[in-house]
Write a protein that binds this ligand. Structure first.
Ligand code: F6R
Length: 240
């Protein structure tokens, strides 16, 4: 079943999403979460940090994995997703750093690093909440539109549209890594709940195609229609 919750601002999207984490942690303090990076989840991370500061939420027993990581960026690079997570969430709550896992972007053999990450995901078990954003082209994680998708973590060559979209975080488009490692579709599906956040009018159409249009590998987000428990928090009605 897919629940589509429309909200009127990014802030409300963050607050609504944070409610799912609060309830989940009350029911199961040692939950396993899969997180995402990018602009979309920032209001959620701000809200989780605020809830923690107010003593309303406890991450001490939580474990986390992340959807993806760039190939070639050290963890000290502010564009690496490890750096992003440390800065925007992990350093702001009482999560233990050793309980947080991302693919190893600096590994000399990305294929091997992906296999190791898949093994880690398998060992940690089913995620309680899989957080997703959606790319302008419908990608989830870095599962880009293609004739076929991958079940497990793999090293992907990013599409030009994704490199262009992500260049806003880098000094120039040339600085954007050309490859990333991403959880595959089976791994994204191995979760009790998929929580998809989407904001900004520019993504209104791709989101609606994903949740009401045909299920197609050309819009990888459309596959979430096959998952039994999906919540979409939609702030695409305006740019607030
Ligand atoms: C990030 C990720 C990507 C983003 C997507 C949207 O970990 O997996 O799929 O969710 O590119 O990015 P933003 O939120 O920056 O528009």
């Amino acid at each position: 079943m897919l629940r589509h919750i429309k909200v009127s601002s990014k802030k409300e999207m963050g607050v609504t999403a944070a409610g799912f984490y609060k309830r989940q942690l009350e029911a199961k303090p040692d939950s396993l979460f899969a997180f995402a990076t990018g602009s979309t989840p920032l209001p959620l991370y701000d809200e989780l940090a605020a809830m923690y500061a107010a003593g309303k939420i406890d991450f001490s027993k939580v474990k986390t994995v992340n959807l993806d990581e760039y190939v070639g960026l050290p963890v000290t690079d502010e564009n690496s997703y490890r750096y992003f997570m440390d800065k925007n969430l992990f350093s702001r709550v009482n999560i233990r750093r050793e309980n947080t896992f991302l693919p190893d972007g600096t590994a000399s053999d990305p294929g091997k690093a992906c296999a190791l990450y898949s093994a880690k995901l398998e060992k940690l078990g089913r995620r309680d909440i899989q957080l997703l954003g959606i790319g302008n082209n419908g990608h989830i994680g870095f599962n880009e539109p293609a004739d076929a998708l991958s079940a497990h973590c793999f090293a992907v060559t990013l599409t030009e549209s994704t490199i262009k979209a992500n260049s806003r975080f880098f000094a120039s488009e040339d600085d954007v890594p050309k490859q990333a490692m991403t959880m595959g579709m089976a791994e994204i599906f191995d979760s009790e709940l998929i929580l998809l956040l989407c904001s900004g009018t520019a993504k209104h159409d791709v989101l609606n195609q994903a949740i009401y249009g045909p299920i197609t590998t050309k819009n990888p987000a459309s596959l979430i229609q096959l998952h039994p428990n999906v919540v979409v928090i939609d702030a695409t009605g305006n740019d607030n």
